[in-house]
Design a protein. Structure first.
Length: 149
């Protein structure tokens, strides 16, 4: 039985609007996250931020693993190893929906190990490496709609 992590952000509520600062029309920096209820035997954290509403299927915005166990990921920081996002870059790329409001899922996983993954790994490789090692998980969903200029 996995523990449920509580994932929040001081920048927006769950199912609330993500401020433009964290999007492609703003500073395009990662939002701060807080993580509570981390199991005591956690060795590392992993994070997947994706957008299932993207027109060509789920778009990966941020992939990171081997994050040191901490109750906070500060704004615009990358404490773990970053993997390939949907743009094939090892970085955060903020919300940038072509139209309408999209849902952005910040999924955090507590793992009982550190992962041996190459930096050019993407979401599927991360998910495969995490199999059997997830001892807790939680999710924060943010909404974003690009403002008309």
């Amino acid at each position: 039985m996995n523990n449920t992590l509580t994932v929040k952000s001081p920048a927006f509520e769950n199912n609330g609007n993500i401020p433009s600062k964290y999007s492609c029309v703003g500073a395009n920096i990662s939002p701060p996250l807080s993580i509570k209820n981390i199991p005591v035997n956690t060795k590392s954290l992993a994070l997947i931020m994706d957008d299932p509403d993207a027109p060509k299927g789920t778009f990966d915005h941020w992939i990171m693993w081997n994050i040191p166990v901490s109750e906070a990921i500060e704004e615009n920081t990358f404490p773990g190893m970053q993997g390939l996002n949907g743009k094939q870059e090892c970085s955060y790329t903020g919300p940038c929906p072509p139209s309408g409001t999209h849902h952005y899922h910040f999924k955090v996983y507590a793992l009982d190990t550190r992962l041996e993954l190459s930096q050019n790994s993407g979401k599927s490789a991360l998910q495969e490496a995490m199999e059997g090692h997830i001892i807790g998980e939680g999710e924060l969903v943010g909404l974003y709609k690009k403002k008309s200029l």
